[in-house]
Design a protein around this ligand. Structure first.
Ligand code: ADP
Ligand code: MG
Length: 331
């Protein structure tokens, strides 16, 4: 039968996002543990119904690299989306707990994300649009799965001012307003892999109020609501700068607002996995080659998932048969 709010019992809060929050819940009739995402939407009833229809597409998604869906329902003014619960959480939480992720595991993340993107695009013609560590989940079986993909164009449109998919993981062409393509997701994957392998975001945000540190600020400050708004007045620009604090490019000393960081992504050479001589030899050369391929600035020269799956780093990682179940048990 259809999912009903009355049948769900809240167990714990799993996290807060821009669009809403995620709860761990029990489906009482079946005893199944689920993750329930609550999204506040701003839309007419007819549009809401359309959103629900679109979300139901995820029901037909069946891949070991995609978080499965149990369904969705409207709880005015929210939409609740119930999905498979991933008990080890997302990779941003994992690296913030344990630090840099071992490069073999990062390779498994890359392989899993590529398989997930390939499945979404080849089978359902869906582009993910929001690849980042918090949308890559792990369970104690050692499975790595994608969640929060852009199935619903209507949903994306209705989450006004919550800038879904607008983040510092955006590719240069997206920052410049081009349409999403699978290759835009590949850029976001490249940034994500550097972040996991180093245990910090490659463009870090300086906390100018506190002592200097390389610690990244909390996620929420890396998202940019004003990007979707009309051009900023000088006053709102100052407000924005205060709110988002300063941003430094890796190794650089220039303080930047978040909007300026986005301009830098467009203008400057892309970040690299091995970014200084000091780091030489830390990662396999094949991993550097792979990340370089993800972070080619011109979208038309970036490779699609199927081709990247044939890169040496991915093949070597898969051959090495990393014991992901054991690793998941240790985090
Ligand atoms: P964001 O992805 O921007 O962090 P979300 O609202 O999508 O915001 O998710 C908030 C947090 O909830 C995530 O960071 C993740 O740790 C957790 N989460 C989301 N979906 C699941 C799930 N299916 N299983 C376990 N944890 C989840
Ligand atoms: Mg998410």
């Amino acid at each position: 039968g259809p999912l009903k709010q009355e049948d769900l019992r809240n167990l714990a809060e799993l996290g807060q996002g821009n669009g809403g929050s995620v709860m761990k819940v029990e489906h009482i009739p079946t005893g199944i543990i689920m993750a329930k995402k609550i999204v506040l939407i701003d839309a007419k009833p007819s549009v809401r119904k359309q959103i629900l229809r679109e979300i139901h597409i995820t029901h037909s998604c069946n891949s070991p690299f995609i978080v499965s869906s149990f369904g969705a329902y409207i709880l005015d003014p929210n939409i609740c989306i119930c999905m498979e619960f991933m008990d080890k959480g997302s990779f941003d939480g994992i690296y913030k707990r344990i630090g840099a992720i071992p490069i073999d595991v990062v390779g498994m993340v890359a392989a899993s994300v590529l398989e997930g993107l390939l499945y979404l695009y080849d089978v359902h013609k869906i582009i993910h649009r929001d690849i980042k560590p918090s949308n890559i989940l792990l369970n104690s079986e050692g499975e790595i799965k994608l969640c929060d993909f852009g199935v619903s164009g209507e949903l994306i449109n209705s989450i006004a001012n919550t800038f879904v998919g607008t983040s510092v993981y955006m590719s240069p062409e997206r920052i410049q307003g081009a349409e999403y393509t699978v290759e835009s997701d590949i850029w976001s994957l490249g940034i994500t892999l550097i972040e996991l392998a180093h245990g910090r975001f490659p463009f870090y945000i300086d906390d100018t109020d506190d002592e200097p540190s390389a610690q990244p600020n909390h996620d929420r400050e890396r998202d940019i609501p004003d990007l979707l708004a009309p051009p900023l007045s000088p006053a709102s620009r100052r407000r924005n700068r205060r709110r988002s604090k300063g941003v430094s490019l890796q190794g650089g000393s220039t303080e930047l607002s978040i909007l300026e960081l986005l301009q830098q992504i467009v203008r400057e050479p892309p970040p690299r996995l091995t970014s200084s001589e000091r780091e030489e030899g830390k990662f396999p050369k094949t991993a550097d080659d792979f990340v370089d391929a993800c972070l080619i600035k011109e979208q038309q020269n970036r490779k699609p998932p199927a081709e990247l799956l044939r890169y040496a780093w991915i093949e070597k990682t898969l051959d090495a048969r990393v014991d992901m179940k054991m690793w998941a048990g240790s985090v």
